[in-house]
Each structure stands twice: as C-alpha cells, then as structure tokens.
Design a protein around this ligand. Structure first.
Ligand SMILES: Cc1cc2nc3c(=O)[nH]c(=O)nc-3n(C[C@H](O)[C@H](O)[C@H](O)COP(=O)(O)OP(=O)(O)OC[C@H]3O[C@@H](n4cnc5c(N)ncnc54)[C@H](O)[C@@H]3O)c2cc1C
Length: 413
C-alpha cells in the first residue's frame, strides 16, 4: 500500500485529490484506476483503521444495481459469501395493526433478463469498507494514501485546488473531490451551502439473535412513539440462531435511557418493543447510535470541485439508499471523467462538472425528497395521519404497479 507519511515541505501535485477514504471515496479511487491518472486519498483516520475497519452496527442494504457496480469495480469478489445476506422481501407495518404491506422480490423487474430471487443484499458497512480497501490497495495502480491527517484548509485558484493537512503538508490537484461525509468540511470551505434537516431523533443499531425466523424479509415498522426496523442477517455463526440487525429510532432523550440498560434489561426491552413478534431476543453485537440528520447541498460541484457519496446527498437511512446513491455518484463522476479524457477535456472542465451535477441531481434529488416525505408522514402520530398511513399501505398492497415501482427502487433498477 502507498501510505505516505511525508510531513511539511514543498506541495505535492496530483491529478485528482479525494478527501475522505470512506466507502464512497475508496470506490471512486478504484473506479478512477483505468484513467491512469495520479490520485491521492486524504483521510483523517489512521491507515490501520481503513485496513481493518471496526464494526459500526450498520447493515447496508445494497440494491442489485449496486452489486453490479461493485462487481464491475472488482470489490464484490472480496466479500466472503458468509458476510452477504439475501434480502428477499420488504414489509412495512403501521402501529399495532398486524397488516403489513409486502414488497416481494417477485414484484421486481428482471435483472440481466432473469427474475431476481432477492430485492438486494445486506452487508455490514465494515465488511464493505474492508472489501473496497482490499480491491484498491491489493491490486496494481493503487492511489497514494495520506492517512491520519485531516484536511485543515482548502482553496482553489484558476489552475489548481490547494489542500493543507494537519501536519502542514500541502497538496495541489487539478480536480478536488469531496467524499468527506454529509457534513463535508471541504464542501463548506469552498462555499457550497447545504440544507440540513434534523429529525430530532437518534437511531440505535445492533445485531440480535431471536427465536422466530425472519425468512430474509426486512421490516420497517412505524409504531407509536418509535420506529423499528429489522434487517435479516445470516444465522449467528457461533450458535446457528436466527439473527438480524435491529434498528430502533427514538427522540434523543429517550435513547439515552435505552442505551444505559444492561444486556438482560436491553434484551427484555427490545422483545417488548417488538411486541414479542420475534420471540426471545438477545443482543449479539455492540450497540451504536446515530443522530438522524439529512443533508442536501445546494450545488454538487464548484470550480475544480465535485462532491460524491454522502457529501453529495446525506439521506435519512429509512429507505436504505445512502450508499447506493453514493455508488451512483461514483459511477456518474468516473464515467464523466473518462468521457472527458476521450474528448481531450481537462479533468475539471466546467462542462464535465456541470454534466456530472445534472446526472447525479436527477438520480438523487427525487429519492431524497420522497424519503423526506415518507419520514414525515410516518412519524406523525395524530389520528388522521395514522389512518392515512393505514389506507396508503392497503392501497399500495392492492395496487401492483405501486408495488412494482417500490421493488424497482429497492433493486436500483
Ligand atoms: C444507521 C445507518 C444505516 C444505514 N443503512 C444504509 C443502507 O441500508 N443502505 C445504504 O445504501 N446506505 C445506508 N446508510 C448510509 C451509508 O452508511 C452512507 O451513505 C455511507 O457510509 C457514506 O459513505 P461516504 O464514504 O460518503 O461517507 P463516510 O462514511 O461518512 O466517510 C467520510 C470519510 O471522510 C473522512 N473525513 C471527513 N472529514 C475529513 C477531513 N477534513 N479530512 C480528511 N478526511 C475527512 C472521514 O473520516 C470518513 O472516513 C446507513 C447509514 C446509517 C447511519
């Protein structure tokens, strides 16, 4: 691996500088390899935590389209099958009502001419990060990695983007890519405003084993005073028990009390919150809490800058589109840069960046707005809203074109 620990001195020049070696930044570095340009990845966390990422509770639902992209990038091949769990169906529940709208893989459009046997796949975020890291650094053409150093200052001049890292090292690049999370300091430093929506809630995620089988169906349960989700995982390797990633969304203050519970009390609490529908439940991993904030920037590009991943669209996780859209941004930007090379245009040519912005805005903005709308409808607790939700679920179940449209969105068709 090209891990560079050079400290302050003359500026080093690269064709492309990517800030952030999260899954989106790493996937972009991999997608850019065929261009044969010099690429640097700058990441504030140390190289060891990129090579062996810690479990962070997130099970990422990947669409069929994302799996194809990851396969084309040579990343999917680095994921052991034991780490990949099929997602066959998705069920949406409302309050105490036992009715569930079910979107089945049978509603999904064909994939490469064949009816898919699943809507998508669930993979731990740390497994994805490890697999992308291996693909990027184990093969030829690896980018330079400047790890353990945050970008402290950034500015652009007509010819270059300039970065100053925390150790004083300076880097210049023809094109700068912000892949540094939904709160992207790079995007902000270069003057792009963003709309933030704070849902005032936090999301707790952890793996749990349970008595009842999940049949590889995901649940999204908009209950009174809480939202629950269940993401089907492969059986627990140690005990063979049914296992899922469970997600509990609550106002921040209520979350503190759940987080403080000892393991036995937490198990009983989750069994109660899931109304015993899964039988006895047992915590099978550490617990992780994420504040729910969605962010959409006003622009996705600026002079010599493109934003990708969460920096281009920070989704609410409820519709499981965040990283899938991140991969779309990687696909659109790398394709745009490859076309630019064929047409003899510079990497930061304004027409190239404008085209990327248009493509990714069209891919991400409708999904972002639809997710905001669903989240707002399904977290209002007044009687009319609950009734409207019930009606919407029953109409949705009975209306095949709607089910097919949702299935198409879940497969990324
Ligand atoms: C609970 C939960 C469940 C989710 N479920 C799904 C799902 O089912 N499906 C799905 O598609 N998505 C899901 N997501 C979203 C998904 O996790 C994100 O979209 C994805 O991780 C974003 O990747 P990224 O690389 O864009 O950003 P990040 O993972 O945030 O990485 C950004 C990187 O930039 C680095 N960085 C930041 N600032 C600097 C700086 N100044 N200098 C250097 N480095 C910097 C950070 O250290 C980090 O490594 C979920 C998210 C959550 C919270």
């Amino acid at each position: 691996m090209h891990t560079d620990t050079t400290s302050a001195g003359a500026a080093r020049h690269f064709d492309i500088a990517i800030v952030g070696a999260g899954p989106a930044g790493l996937c972009l570095a991999q997608a850019l390899k065929p261009l044969g340009r010099s690429v640097v990845l700058v990441e504030q966390h140390p190289a060891s935590s990129l090579e062996n990422p810690a479990f962070d509770g997130r099970e990422i639902a990947l669409t069929q389209h994302s799996v194809r992209l990851l396969t084309d990038l040579g990343v999917w091949q680095h994921l052991p099958s034991a780490d990949v769990s099929p997602l066959r169906d998705a069920r949406v529940l409302n309050g105490p009502n036992p009715f569930a709208m079910t979107i089945s893989h049978r509603d999904a459009p064909p994939v490469r001419g064949q009816a898919p046997s699943e809507l998508g796949f669930l993979v731990g975020n740390h497994h994805i990060r490890r697999a992308v890291h291996s693909a990027v650094f184990d093969g030829p053409g690896a980018p330079t990695l400047l790890a353990g150093q945050a970008v402290e200052r950034v500015h652009t001049t007509p010819d270059h983007a300039h970065l100053t890292l925390t150790n004083g090292q300076t880097v210049t690049a023809e094109l700068l890519v912000a892949a540094d999370s939904r709160h992207s300091p790079t995007r902000r430093a270069l003057g792009i405003a963003a709309d933030h929506h704070d849902f005032g809630r936090s999301m707790l995620v952890c793996a749990m084993t349970h008595d009842e089988p999940h049949h590889h169906a995901a649940w999204e349960w908009f209950d009174l005073g809480q939202t629950l989700a269940l993401l089907p995982m492969n059986p627990c390797p140690a005990t063979g028990m049914h296992r899922s990633s469970v997600v509990l969304t609550l106002p921040g203050s209520e979350m503190d009390a759940v987080l403080a519970l000892g393991e036995a009390a937490f198990n009983a609490e989750m069994q109660r919150r899931f109304a015993n529908r899964l039988g006895a439940m047992s915590q099978a991993s550490t617990r992780h809490v994420y504040p729910l904030v969605a962010v959409y920037p006003r622009r996705l590009v600026a002079h010599r800058l493109a934003c990708v991943g969460d920096a281009a669209c920070g989704m609410h996780p409820v519709t499981a589109h965040g990283f899938n859209l991140g991969l779309r941004s990687v696909e659109a930007l790398s394709a745009g840069l490859s076309q630019a090379a064929q047409r003899g245009l510079g990497l930061a040519d304004p027409s190239v960046l404008a085209r990327y912005e248009r493509t990714h805005w069209l891919a991400s903005r409708p999904t972002y707005l639809a997710t905001q709308w669903v989240t707002q409808l399904y977290t209002q607790e007044a009687g009319p809203a609950r009734l409207l939700r019930d009606v919407a679920l029953r109409l949705g179940q009975g209306f095949a074109p709607f089910r097919r449209a949702v299935a198409a969105s879940l497969t990324g068709a």
